[in-house]
Each structure stands twice: as structure tokens, then as C-alpha cells.
Design a protein around this ligand. Structure first.
Ligand code: ADP
Ligand code: MG
Length: 499
């Protein structure tokens, strides 16, 4: 026979009104398992009192003077949910055994037990308690890790609905982990462009063997509802997902997501810079070269138009010819505007730093666009202070900013509306707000509006806001767009006063 085992910690509680039996139990356990604290109680009430301090295994007589041992089990375990209870009974009947096990007892022990039997059972119970504790510990550690980790953790059920989302993932999703539960992951947070890829990856991952992962990279961001805003230079979240299969029916896919937003932005910036330096000079020269023939073409069109007036021909023929000249003129005008904007964006030239009266500048721009507004049925409202609001910067460039914003606002209001232009002091900056009552900007569009050449307009250049952004960056200011579908758009620009 091997010697007694030694356990580092552990409390055993014996609840029995038979003092002799209690002593025997204590002696047997003490001889077989070392290092245990053994306590005894005579009645159910006393047993409950002692159990409050915590215990690992209780050995409880089925028939106590004040209670039934079976009824006592759940109450004993209240404070020690991992603990196990052995019932001691005088009768070896099947009924007694079934009743004991049903009541949640670990085992039942006959009063006529053999010592080594009792020791073996108590050992088993202690081992089970230890395992439960270890598992709980591990689970807690795992939960803590999932809570605080800097990676995104998700689990999905069979319908691709969220079963679990850790706080990091939830912060990207713009919800609390509780709010995330039950939502369809792809619909709710994956941008349209990435949905097909994510669905395919999720489908693949379900059939993966354990330990294998399917990788996919997607955007991950809150669905736009109600008012939204974007800042120039704001990064779009990119997440690299590692998806694997689970066995729990409630969590069939596990995903770990690494935030690669910054890395992608850096890569893109590096690629942009490279492309710009390679193409920039060539493109600039080309743009200059195109400008001269374009100007010549404009001049020739002018002359052509005058000749047409004097041409002896049917009125209808003349009108149709003049119409064509006008179309060519419009197209050439568009080309030269594109060139102008392109050069504005590409030229590395610095900016002037002079005091600029922003209210006056905005007023000039509004006067310039007054006719265009009238033609569209747009009412202009000015909130421009008489004096103050002096920014330090480049008058011409800031004017360009105001023009681009006012044009966008006008172009957004196809069937009339109201354009509000306001200038106000804002700490150490001057704030310009240009607001329209147009249709607002769709989320997919909003993400791209500051990108050069991005446009949703048939005759747009897509350079307006890119120029605004560049100029405001040069001034050390800030651009922000707030928009609400169906309500309109508000662009807020802030320029330092140099104070
Ligand atoms: P462009 O005006 O040539 O299209 P911009 O850079 O000025 O280029 O604008 C880019 C896009 O941003 C526009 O095509 C349009 O879709 C959107 N946009 C800008 N301003 C507004 C606005 N006030 N209302 C609605 N959409 C706007
Ligand atoms: Mg524009």
C-alpha cells in the first residue's frame, strides 16, 4: 500500500450527530490524506454555519436531528459552488443511492465503510474539486485576456450572428459587447465592398480542422445611421481576420482580428509618395503644355462664333452650328478647370501668411456665386460678423476653399434649398461653416470625398475637396464634414488666427 497522500490545502467538513462515527471518519481521513483541515458539526444548522467559511468536501449524514442531509446539499454549496458532498447512510438500497445522486451528491458512503474505500472516495472528490477550480481559473484567465487584449475577438453562431464580441471588437463596431450579441456580423459592420469576401471566408472556416485558420482582410466599422461625420485624413479601419471553426453549437466560428489600419495607411502613403514623385513632374509639365493649346482653342472658338453670326445661312443651320460651338466651348472650359485644379493640387508651392478677413472673403465668394444660386432657386443666408475673425494665411487659397465649398453646396441642391454660410471665432481659430439642405452624403461616398479625383458628378473633377484639404492642411487648420441623409451637409473649416 502506498503511503498517505498529502494535499496542500483543503477543508473537509463532517456533519453527523453520531459522535463516535464522526471521530472514526476524522481518524480515517487524517490517516489517509495529510494536510487537510477537518471540521465537524453535530447538526444541519451547525454544518451550514461552518460551511460559510468555505470547504472542499463535506461528508453529511442523511438523517440529521434537525434536517435531511439531502436537503442540506444545495444550501451547503451556496458559498462553495465547486465543493462536493458525500452522503453517509445506514442502508445500502438502490433507492437511497439514486436519491443521493439525484440530489447532487458526489457519492454515498455506507456507515459500514472500509477505511480505504472512504479514503479513495474522498480523494476522488477532492480531485474533482481541484479540477473544477483549475478549469474555472483557466476560464477566468481566458476571459480576462479576451476582455483586455488589444486584438479583436469574435464568435459566431450557425447563422453568422454574434455569440461573443470582446470590448476591443465592440469599440470598433461602435456598440457594447451586449448590444453586439445576436446581430448579423457581416450586415452590421462589414462595408459593402468586403462583404462577399467575408462571407466566403466564414463559409470556408466552418469546415476547417481545429487549429487551422482562414485569413481575410476587411473593413470593420459602425453602420451609418442618422448624422455622421468624417474628418479629413481620418483612417478607415482595416482588420486582418483569422477565422477558425469551433465545436460549440452556439459558437461555430471563432475569429481573431488584428487592427492593420495604421500599417495599410503607411503602405498607401508610401506608395502615393512614390507615385507622386515619379509622375508629379511629368504630369505638371504636361498640364502646362496642354494649357497653351487649350487657350488657343478657346480663342479660335470665340472667333468662330463671331464668324457664324455673320454667316449667310438659314437661321436653323446657324443655330445648330452655334450650339455645337457652345458644346465644344463647355468641354474645353471643363478641361481647363480640371488642369487648373490639378496644378493647384500638385504644385509644391508654399502659402502666404498674411492677415485675412475671413468674413469679407466669404462675402466676396457668395457675391460671386449669387447668380448661380438664384438660377437654382437657392436662398443664401449669411452669418458674417462685421469685423474680427482675422486668420493668418493665404487670401487667394482660402478664397479657393470657400469657392469649392459653396460650389459643392449649390451643386447638391438641384431643386432649390438654402445655403447658409457662417463665420465665427472659435478659440484660436476662425471657423467657416457652409451648410446646405441637399440630399446629404451616402456613407460609402463620405469615406472617399477627400480623395483626389473622387466624384459622383457627371462633370465633376473630384478635386474640390482634395484641394480644400490640402490648403487647410497647409494652414494648420482642420476640415470636418457632418451630414445626414435627406437633410443636408455641413462642412466646417477652421483656420488658425496665428494668435
Ligand atoms: P466634385 O465636386 O468635382 O465632385 P469634390 O471633391 O468637390 O469634387 O467633391 C467630391 C464629392 O463629394 C462630390 O462628387 C459629391 O459626391 C460629394 N460632395 C461634396 N460636397 C457635397 C455636398 N455639399 N453635398 C453632397 N455631396 C457632396
Ligand atoms: Mg466640387
Amino acid at each position: 500500500m502506498s503511503g498517505p497522500s498529502v494535499r496542500a490545502r483543503g477543508r473537509i467538513l463532517i456533519v453527523d450527530d453520531n459522535a463516535e462515527l464522526t471521530e472514526t471518519l476524522r481518524a480515517v481521513i487524517a490517516s489517509g490524506i495529510h494536510g487537510m483541515r477537518i471540521e465537524t458539526a453535530q447538526t444541519g444548522a451547525e454544518g451550514l454555519e461552518r460551511a460559510k467559511a468555505g470547504f472542499d468536501v463535506a461528508i453529511v449524514d442523511v438523517m440529521l436531528p434537525d434536517a435531511s442531509g439531502v436537503d442540506l446539499i444545495p444550501r451547503l454549496r451556496e458559498g462553495s459552488p465547486n465543493a462536493e458532498v458525500l452522503l453517509v447512510t445506514g442502508f445500502a438500497s438502490v433507492d437511497a443511492a439514486i436519491a443521493a445522486l439525484r440530489s447532487g451528491a458526489f457519492a454515498f458512503v455506507l456507515k459500514s465503510f472500509r477505511p480505504e474505500e472512504l479514503i479513495a472516495i474522498v480523494e476522488q472528490a477532492l480531485t474533482k474539486v481541484e479540477l473544477k477550480r483549475e478549469r474555472e481559473d483557466l476560464e477566468q484567465r481566458y476571459r480576462d485576456l479576451v476582455e483586455v487584449t488589444d486584438v479583436l475577438v469574435i464568435a459566431l453562431d450557425s447563422d453568422d450572428r454574434v455569440a461573443l464580441m470582446n470590448p476591443k471588437a465592440a469599440s470598433f463596431a461602435g456598440v457594447s459587447p451586449d448590444e453586439a450579441r445576436g446581430q448579423e456580423l457581416v450586415e452590421a459592420w462589414i462595408p459593402k465592398a468586403d462583404r462577399a469576401a467575408m462571407r466566403a471566408a466564414l463559409a470556408d472556416s466552418r469546415s476547417l480542422p481545429p487549429g487551422k485558420a482562414r485569413e481575410v482582410e476587411t473593413g470593420f466599422e459602425p453602420r451609418a445611421e442618422g448624422p455622421m461625420e468624417t474628418r479629413a485624413g481620418e483612417l478607415k479601419a482595416r482588420i486582418r481576420w483569422h477565422l477558425g471553426s469551433g465545436t460549440d453549437p452556439g459558437a461555430l466560428v471563432y475569429g481573431i482580428g488584428i487592427d492593420v489600419t495604421e500599417r495599410r495607411a503607411l503602405e498607401r502613403r508610401a506608395a502615393d509618395a512614390e507615385a507622386f514623385s515619379a509622375m508629379g513632374e511629368l504630369a505638371m509639365n504636361l498640364a502646362h503644355e496642354i494649357r497653351n493649346p487649350l487657350n488657343a482653342a478657346v480663342l479660335q472658338l470665340h472667333l468662330l462664333n463671331r464668324h457664324l453670326d455673320k454667316l449667310e445661312a438659314e437661321e436653323a443651320t446657324r443655330a445648330s452650328l452655334k450650339q455645337r460651338v457652345r458644346i465644344v466651348g463647355d468641354e474645353v472650359g471643363r478641361l481647363s478647370r480640371l488642369l487648373g485644379e490639378f496644378l493647384e493640387l500638385a504644385r509644391p508651392r508654399g502659402i502666404a501668411r498674411e492677415p485675412v478677413s475671413v468674413p469679407r472673403l466669404v462675402d466676396q465668394v457668395l457675391a460671386l456665386e449669387e447668380q448661380a444660386a438664384l438660377a437654382r432657386g437657392v436662398k443664401i443666408e449669411r452669418q458674417l460678423p462685421e469685423d474680427g475673425c482675422i486668420a493668418i494665411g493665404d487670401h487667394e487659397k482660402l478664397k479657393q476653399v470657400a469657392i469649392n465649398l459653396v460650389l459643392n453646396a449649390l451643386e447638391a441642391m438641384k431643386s432649390g434649398g438654402e445655403l447658409r454660410a457662417a463665420v465665427s471665432p472659435h478659440g484660436e481659430r476662425v471657423r467657416i461653416v457652409v451648410e446646405d439642405t441637399g440630399p446629404g452624403i451616402e456613407p460609402e461616398v463620405l469615406r472617399n470625398v477627400f480623395d483626389p479625383f473622387f466624384t459622383t458628378k457627371e462633370a465633376g473633377t473630384g478635386l474640390g475637396l482634395a484641394i480644400v484639404r490640402k490648403i487647410i492642411d497647409q494652414h494648420g487648420g482642420e476640415v470636418k464634414i457632418e451630414t445626414e441623409r435627406g437633410r443636408g451637409t455641413r462642412v466646417i473649416v477652421e483656420v488658425p488666427t496665428g494668435r
